[in-house]
Design a protein around this ligand. Structure first.
Ligand SMILES: NC(=O)c1ccc[n+]([C@@H]2O[C@H](COP(=O)([O-])OP(=O)(O)OC[C@H]3O[C@@H](n4cnc5c(N)ncnc54)[C@H](O)[C@@H]3O)[C@@H](O)[C@H]2O)c1
Length: 246
């Protein structure tokens, strides 16, 4: 097992995932990023940026909704980079629209990526970390929409509420293994996801709302990934400029 810690970031081709991958590399971790087919060039460019910092990096085409894909990708990461110490289950999708117009297909797709995808990453990261026996950090993507239901985001909000429950449960199960399980719950962050919402929602778009750059989330994840954060466990940390108060 390598002495250098290794992180795995899903949805790492762009947006918050890219910022997290670059942030963890700057902290001295080797990093594997995973994203869907079609994002190869973006992933290559993230890996090149990481390589310039002197860290090792790996990009993987995969799909968080597939258990086999997650198992294989973690095995490849451990095979090439030596271990898995930090899992960031970041990949997510947003579906915009009123519940009266929500199809079961859209509902299931949002849950498959945002909830099942996070569960599969948590599960297989934990299995690997327990095997290694040196603790670890599991971090998931929630949202302020996982603390407060917003209009036109019914499936998304519900899927992110589920991430909270999963994160709470898993944090209790992992205590004995020195693995912490936390999630970040951002407000509006300037990424391609939010640009797409602006286009779809027109006047109701969050463009007037307070936004921040992906680096603010990456800085939070950087701390959660550190050994020093061992006393933070089972928390869903809001990072939204103070809009939603727990
Ligand atoms: N941007 C925001 O304002 C905001 C706010 C709160 C929470 N979040 C959450 O943060 C996370 C990242 O959001 P973002 O704004 O960077 O989004 P984004 O759309 O810019 O990036 C998400 C990435 O996830 C990838 N992805 C989607 N489905 C996947 C799958 N099945 N398997 C693997 N990868 C997949 C996409 O290809 C994309 O590269 C998401 O979970 C999102 O819900 C974002």
């Amino acid at each position: 097992m390598s002495a250098t810690r290794v992180a795995f970031v899903t949805g790492g081709a762009q947006g918050i995932g890219e910022a997290i991958a670059l942030g963890l590399a700057a902290d001295g971790l080797d990093v594997a990023i995973l994203d869907v087919k079609g994002k190869e060039e973006l992933m290559q460019s993230v890996v090149e940026k990481i390589a310039k910092t002197g860290r090792r990096a790996l990009w993987l085409v995969g799909d968080v909704t597939s258990e086999q894909s997650i198992k294989d990708s973690i095995a490849k990461t451990v095979g090439e980079l030596g271990s898995l110490d930090v899992m960031v289950a970041n990949a997510g999708i947003l579906q915009v629209g009123a519940v009266t117009e929500l199809s079961v297909e859209d509902w299931n797709r949002v849950f498959a990526v945002n909830t099942t995808g996070v569960m599969l990453c948590y599960k297989h990261a934990a299995i690997q970390m327990i095997k290694q026996g040196r603790g670890g950090r599991i971090i998931g993507a929630c949202s302020v929409a996982g603390k407060h239901g917003f209009a036109h985001a019914g499936a998304y909000s519900a899927s992110k509420f589920a991430v909270r429950g999963l994160t709470h449960s898993m944090s209790q199960e992992m205590k004995a293994h020195n693995i912490t399980v936390n999630a970040y719950a951002p407000g509006f962050i300037d990424t391609p996801m939010i640009t797409a919402v602006d286009e779809k929602m027109g006047k109701e778009a969050p463009s007037g709302a307070k936004t921040a750059s992906p680096s603010v989330v990456a800085d939070l994840v950087s701390y959660l990934a550190k050994p020093e954060s061992h006393f933070i466990n089972g928390q869903i940390i809001t990072i939204d400029g103070g809009e939603v108060l727990d």
